[in-house]
Design a binder for this molecule. Structure first.
Ligand code: SF4
Length: 291
């Protein structure tokens, strides 16, 4: 199902198409400023696109901040009331589904610790039974065990309700165990996308390789032996035209011939199919092992 088609917002996103199957998790990975939040705001109709198509309905979001004056149960029920679909049985079922008890439903946000609040926000996000739930850094600011628990809960909820997730994150480690497909966003455009196995295990775009090479692995010996792909700092005066990544690209800086660099400077790379059913927008994409 296509939920965004050729979506453009001036200064933030350029021609982004997002398709997602029922019950699937698509991870959109990128640094701060890559356009993730702009994409979420457009999909949730909080902003209007400069051009491009959005779905008629069925895409909702998880908003971690609940109204401090309302009880948790009322916060979960509020979207149903607003849409005249009040259903107390479904509200209670949602609270149970996310691991909150009836006592928690009577409490207010200030009375709950952060992990439980995140569960309550998930229940509220599911209140109208959306086909797609947009999760913008849902485990950010939680400690490692709460992150793991919330990720396990997201997986269980997806299996039970068939909800698809569009999971936006800057931290690849958050989605490695959850996502079936991945799109890597850089300066408002998708530079690599495909099945999670292909993109995570054999990335072909230099930006994806740099992002993944910065994710620590648990085994200290492997960690020491790993090759880091260096990534130059973002620059506000980045050159326009051609490949928008070239001022940071390690391949452009160290591997390409003058002729090849000329092509990167002159021509914006279009997405091209590569092995494993993925595609990468790089003139000189080549698979590398980074783990
Ligand atoms: S097109 Fe050139 S500059 Fe852009 S990512 Fe590929 S190698 Fe680097």
């Amino acid at each position: 199902m296509i939920i965004a088609e050729n979506l453009t917002r001036r200064g933030a996103l350029t021609g982004v198409t997002i398709d997602i199957a029922p019950g699937e998790t698509l991870a959109v990975v990128g640094e701060s400023g890559s356009g993730k939040t702009a994409l979420a705001r457009l999909l949730l109709r909080l902003d209007r696109p400069t051009s491009g198509g959005l779905p008629a309905d069925g895409v909702h979001g998880l908003f971690p901040d609940l109204d401090p004056r309302m009880t948790i149960a009322d916060s979960v029920a509020e979207p149903m009331r607003v849409h005249r679909r009040h259903d107390p049985a479904w509200r209670d079922e949602l609270l149970t589904l996310v691991g909150l008890g009836p006592g928690d439903g009577r409490r207010r946000p200030a009375d709950l610790p952060a992990p439980e609040l995140r569960r309550a926000a998930l229940a509220r996000g599911l209140a109208l039974r959306p086909g797609v739930l947009v999760l913008d850094e849902p485990v950010a600011d939680l400690d490692p065990s709460a992150r793991a628990e919330l990720t396990a809960l997201l997986r269980a909820v997806r299996e039970r309700l068939g909800t698809a997730y569009l999971y936006l994150t800057r931290d690849v480690a958050d989605v490695r165990q959850l996502a079936e497909r991945v799109a890597v966003l850089y300066r408002g455009g998708i530079v690599e996308r495909g099945p999670a196995q292909a993109v995570f295990e054999a990335p072909a775009h230099p930006y994806t390789q740099a992002l993944l090479s910065a994710v620590p692995v648990a085994d200290p010996r492997r960690e020491r032996r790993r090759r880091r792909v260096p990534l130059a700092e973002e620059r506000p005066d980045a050159p326009a035209g051609g490949c928008r990544f070239r001022h940071r690209c390690p391949k452009f800086a160290a591997e390409l011939t003058t002729l090849q660099r000329g092509k990167c400077s002159a021509e914006a790379p279009a997405p091209r199919p590569r092995a494993g059913g993925a595609e990468a927008a790089c003139h000189y994409a080549s698979v590398a092992t980074v783990w």
